[in-house]
Ligand binder design. Structure first.
Ligand code: CAO
Length: 420
């Protein structure tokens, strides 16, 4: 394998489920040696969750753990603890996302870790930050979306479907992992200056809130003004004192909505997202065959359009009714209108551009043959991440123990201690 920028960085990957594994997987793609420490017998719970093939690692696991090595250790037993101690002495980073206090209960407090290796960077994901009044809570994705402000500001504000809504994007899990990766690399660069490690923590609530900062912006504006002019409630409905849910509204300075295209009656994704950029009004009128709107005072300015923006979207939908989402985008792109088809997972899986860019890749796997996964969304001019298959449970136990100096007999004894 060719040289990668993170070659030489050794990471103990004491993570499970999604938030931690997404972080360490990305660091592994960029060259770090990521050793996943797993409980003997079962390993990361995602190995067996939502399986599509009996007795084979689930896609939930394979898609979050590529490019890693797997070491099985019972870190509650003395033999396992001893190996973990050796690893801590030899590695640069320990990443974990256990429930609050689990690492301390195992005997690996921050003080102990520093004693073993003052250069160690300890990186943690928790639901809430240290000292937070909910710091003791265990947290999964949707819990974080609720705690971090995403759920209260997503969804419909009236009608049968109203109520807080969860996004399918992993704002709590993978997003927190990405924040943690930035923290780890920052601490690593810091260590080059100081020679010392440090503790890096990202709370899922904070990572969600960080992505919701424009909604906090809206709360502050609402507090001052009493209304939010870009929300669909404006100007015909009343605002309460909290940011309302805006359905599919643009959310920024330009109105937008999801519009039906040809076939929407049977295809759940026959829609496009359409954005009305203020300065692109003339091309929009030309594109949808309404040139007279360019000079009509009821349509000429964003302010004039806002009171009947939903009717304008209705007219655009009429224009769309004989066009598929792809045909529509092909027309609108010629007019420089920001828009996109609503893409299904099936369409994304088969998208030749995503394959060509490496954003979707096929990787070999010892038991599956191969599996499709989402590749690196970060592209470099001098680095092409090669995505390799996820490890089988304990696949690299002997190899890692040997690297730590264990003899064949000691490794055999470890297998006996690991036996469940
Ligand atoms: N050997 C022995 N014991 C091990 C082990 C190993 N190799 N690996 C883990 N364990 C033990 C831990 O020591 C801990 O034991 P105790 O609770 O007795 O101290 C236990 O396994 C793991 O506990 P947990 O609290 O992490 O696991 P859980 O399934 O009850 O909770 C989760 C899962 C995700 C809710 C919790 O880990 C959590 O809140 N993590 C922080 C936030 C987070 O990352 N959430 C997102 C997960 S991605 O969706």
């Amino acid at each position: 394998m060719s040289n990668k920028p993170l070659n030489g960085i050794k990471i103990i990957d004491f993570t499970h489920v999604q938030a931690g594994p997404a972080c360490t997987q990305m660091l592994a793609w960029f060259g770090a040696d990521v050793i996943k420490v797993e409980r003997p017998g079962a390993g990361d719970v995602t190995r067996s969750q939502l399986r599509d093939i009996p007795d084979v690692d689930a896609l939930y696991f394979t898609m979050l753990n590529s490019n890693k090595r797997s070491l099985t250790l019972d870190t509650k037993k003395p033999e396992g603890k001893a190996v973990l101690e050796k690893l801590i002495k030899e590695c640069d980073v320990l990443v974990e996302n256990f429930g609050p206090g689990a690492l301390d209960r195992m005997g690996f407090t921050w003080e102990r870790i520093q004693e073993l290796n003052p250069k160690m960077i300890l990186a943690s994901v928790k639901g809430f930050s240290d000292g937070h009044h909910y710091e003791d809570l265990k947290v999964y994705e949707n819990v974080a979306q609720c705690a971090g402000g995403a759920a209260s500001t997503t969804g419909w504000w009236k009608g049968e479907q109203s109520g807080p809504m969860i996004s399918s994007a992993a704002l709590g899990d993978s997003n927190t992992g990405m924040h943690l990766a930035i923290g780890i690399l920052t601490a690593y660069i810091g260590r080059q200056q100081t020679g010392k490690g440090q503790k890096v923590a990202v709370a899922m609530q904070d990572a969600v809130l960080n992505l919701c900062r424009v909604k906090m912006r809206d709360q502050l504006r609402l507090d001052k003004l009493g209304y939010l002019e870009e929300y669909p409630q404006y100007p015909h409905e009343t605002f309460s004192d909290v940011v309302p849910r805006g359905g599919n509204a643009g959310g920024g300075g330009q109105p937008g909505w999801i519009l039906k295209c040809k076939g929407w009656e049977t295809d759940p994704n026959a829609y496009i997202y359409f954005t009305v950029q203020g300065h692109a009004w003339a091309p929009i009128c030309d594109a949808i065959g309404k040139p007279e709107w360019k000079t009509d005072p009821l349509y000429m300015t964003p302010k004039a359009r806002q009171p009947h923006i939903m009717d304008i979207f209705g007219t655009i939908e009429t224009w769309l009714q004989d066009k598929t989402k792809f045909e529509a985008v092909d027309i609108l792109r010629k007019f420089d209108i920001p828009c996109a088809p609503v893409q299904s997972m099936k369409e994304l899986l088969n998208d030749p551009s995503l394959r060509a860019s490496g954003s979707i890749v096929d990787v070999p796997h010892k038991e599956r043959g191969s599996y499709v996964t989402v590749g690196s969304p970060i592209k470099f001019s001098d680095l092409k991440p090669e995505i390799t298959g996820s490890p089988l449970l304990g696949e690299h136990t002997d190899e890692v123990l040997a690297e730590l100096g264990y003899t064949k007999d000691q490794i055999a004894a470890m297998h006996t201690a690991n036996a469940v």
